[in-house]
Design a protein around this ligand. Structure first.
Ligand SMILES: NC(=O)c1ccc[n+]([C@@H]2O[C@H](COP(=O)([O-])OP(=O)(O)OC[C@H]3O[C@@H](n4cnc5c(N)ncnc54)[C@H](OP(=O)(O)O)[C@@H]3O)[C@@H](O)[C@H]2O)c1
Length: 278
């Protein structure tokens, strides 16, 4: 079992016993929460947007960060400098997740940067438009490779390393419904949703695997807040979310040692609507 930053084993880290200051009462705190300080995270697609928000949130908890990017090198470099100033180690790693055979090299490179990866945040994704008529081998393969297979292979490498760890997969509230405008993407996120549950079973007890399913949070690149305003009627709370609400769920799932195979929907109740995204 791996010692934590304070030298305790990770299963002991959430349990503290001792005497009260008056030496009278024995108190026992069993928090069951994981201390993230000193752990190392790989955040895919971490240079911008929600991935970058996760990097900042983790750095704020004392987590060393390996920021993965594909094209956004300058943003990744600037973000690494920013979080280093907060006192954590940070590095960047480049790689295209569209090629399953190259995912192993990205994992190796990430582990060589700061130290063995304890926390894997699979945030990188593509979100192309495409209806059922557009579904073909090329579009389905690309979406499956980036959005489902790459997260799976990275988690597989973590499991093969034989250490304890936690995986968070970024899903989409529409995995509960039918997104008819983004069918290849939709199928790949549904696959990742099921893989989250499957991996939780197969990689237990050493590795916990959970999902975060955002709804309307950030407008797609190139669109502004009017995009969110125009769609907020689509959820029960008639609102849209923030990056902070997403990272709050990520931190909960990372730290709570008794949760695996779960998906938290941060979507204003969108997943309960049961109507199609049109
Ligand atoms: N934003 C939302 O409101 C929302 C809603 C529902 C679900 N989600 C999910 O939440 C996650 C984060 O959302 P987001 O909007 O922040 O994501 P995003 O901006 O769409 O994408 C994040 C990053 O993924 C990377 N990426 C794309 N294709 C890649 C490839 N082939 N290889 C490696 N990296 C690749 C890109 O990195 P580079 O820039 O370095 O190329 C991009 O910056 C995603 O999984 C998304 O599906 C988000």
């Amino acid at each position: 079992m791996r010692p934590s930053a304070e030298g305790r084993t990770s299963s002991q880290a959430g349990r503290r016993c001792g005497l009260a200051p008056d030496n009278q009462k024995v108190f026992i705190i069993v928090s069951g929460l994981m201390d993230l300080r000193g752990q190392t995270a790989l955040i895919t697609g971490g240079a911008k947007r929600l991935g970058a928000a996760v990097v900042r949130a983790l750095a704020g908890e004392g987590v060393h960060c390996v920021i993965h990017y594909r094209h956004s090198e300058s943003e990744a470099t600037a973000l690494a400098e920013e979080v280093r100033a907060q006192g954590v180690k940070a590095a960047i790693v480049q790689g295209d997740l569209a090629y399953p055979s190259k995912v192993g090299a990205i994992w190796e490179a990430a582990n060589a940067k700061v130290g063995p990866i304890d926390l894997l945040i699979n945030s990188a994704s593509i979100f192309p438009e495409g209806t059922l008529d557009d579904l073909n081998e090329e579009t389905l393969t690309e979406n499956m490779n980036v959005n489902a297979l790459a997260p799976f292979h990275l988690a597989q490498h973590m499991a093969a390393a034989g250490r304890e760890g936690v995986v968070i997969n970024f899903l989409d509230t529409m995995v509960r419904d039918y997104d008819k405008k983004h069918v290849p993407y939709h199928l790949s996120k549904k696959a990742l949703h099921d893989l989250t549950r499957i991996m939780a079973v197969e990689f237990a007890p050493g590795i916990r695997v959970n999902g975060v399913a955002p709804g309307l949070v950030l407008p797609p690149e190139g669109k502004d807040e009017s995009y969110l305003e125009g769609l907020k009627h689509s959820n029960l709370l008639e609102s849209y979310g923030s990056a902070e609400q997403i990272t709050h769920a990520v931190l909960f799932l990372l730290t709570n040692r008794f949760v695996t195979g779960q998906t938290i929907y941060i979507d204003g109740g969108r997943n309960l609507r049961g109507s199609m995204y049109e």
